[in-house]
Design a protein around this ligand. Sequence first.
Ligand SMILES: *Cc1c(COP(=O)(O)O)cnc(C)c1O
Length: 395
Amino acid sequence: MRVYADNAATTPMSAAAKQALVDATERLWGNPSSLHTEGQIAKEALEDARARVARLLGADPKEIYFTGGGSEADNQAIVSCARLGARSGKKHIVSTAFEHHAVLHTLKKLEKEGYEVTLVGVGERGVVCPEEIRAALRPDTCLVTVMYANNEIGTVQPISEIGAICREAGVFFHTDAVQAFGHVPVNVVTDNVDLLSLAAHKFHGPKGVGVLYAKRRIPLTNLIEGGAQERGKRGGTENLPAILSMVAAMEEACANLAQNAAYVSGLRDTLICELSKIPHSRLNGDREKRVPGTVNFCFEGIEGESLLLHLDFEGIAASSGSACTSGSLDPSHVLLALGLPHEVAHGSLRLSLSHYNTAEEVAHIVKVVPQVVTYLRNMSPMWEDLETGKKPHII
Ligand SMILES: *Cc1c(COP(=O)(O)O)cnc(C)c1O
């Protein structure tokens, strides 16, 4: 039995998304910039896709840009607002300590260029307090960027409240909604956002394609110079099959959102209930304010990487946190932002489910994880120190 429980890293494509990819590859291979019939048919499909994305997000088609994924959308959103701010001497950006690296590393780059960045804390529950965002604003703040849902622990942020604060202060507000879209209702109007990023492969669409929503009055900075594609803001021939496949996945995710959310959160609650019974374990992040599919646990006295390898051997694909940081020995910046000590943060496990998972699969997970945790603890010198009282238990 193979159980895929790493949907926060990437998702398998849905049947509709695969079909749309094949159909578009066969029928719509023309270049949308070409003036002949093949090109114009592709152009029409591209603009139809843009209108459909706009409708799903509550946006205008002119505010939708297709990108090469979530990271690119994050980079372009942040750099654009930074450049715009600099024009009027505003070079301060507010964000949080547990953003995705696509955001944090872009902010680091801007700091080297002379921008100032304030990272607001997220508390031990991993939920940003809107008033802390308000308190961090300065007269020279040009952008606030806060993720909609965290990719490691799954907590959902009070986006529309933060957006309202930014609007009142006249500061642009970007949200990385990559982990939220398709799992919680996302709408740029009710969420009070000015810019928003999506990645198709996190909602059963293809990899390497995403969306950047940017409100009409925000002129974007090009990251890729080239032709006049995407209203001159992203050069390069559009990947129309991937875009149409993404739109198929988006429509499917939105149409089934309530039903999938109810089903997946039921599976997730079983995980939380059963894994919490493991002694010296802890659920990371707020119990309630979370996306339907993602849980993150720490188990004291063990090391995340060995847990993952043993789970993989038992048929379970999971993660210790972000796919991007696994392989490095540093503990997760997200778990550290919650205030967990290094040694506890090292023993983390992220399980992220989708509507393709079954109750039998979850039953397999809750049977295997406690066995592997016990097995690893029995071999662990760290655990021995804790059990003999040489070191105190932290959780
Ligand atoms: C996966 C992810 C990204 C990056 O998206 P890519 O399409 O892989 O570039 C950005 N932000 C969050 C929160 C993510 O989970």
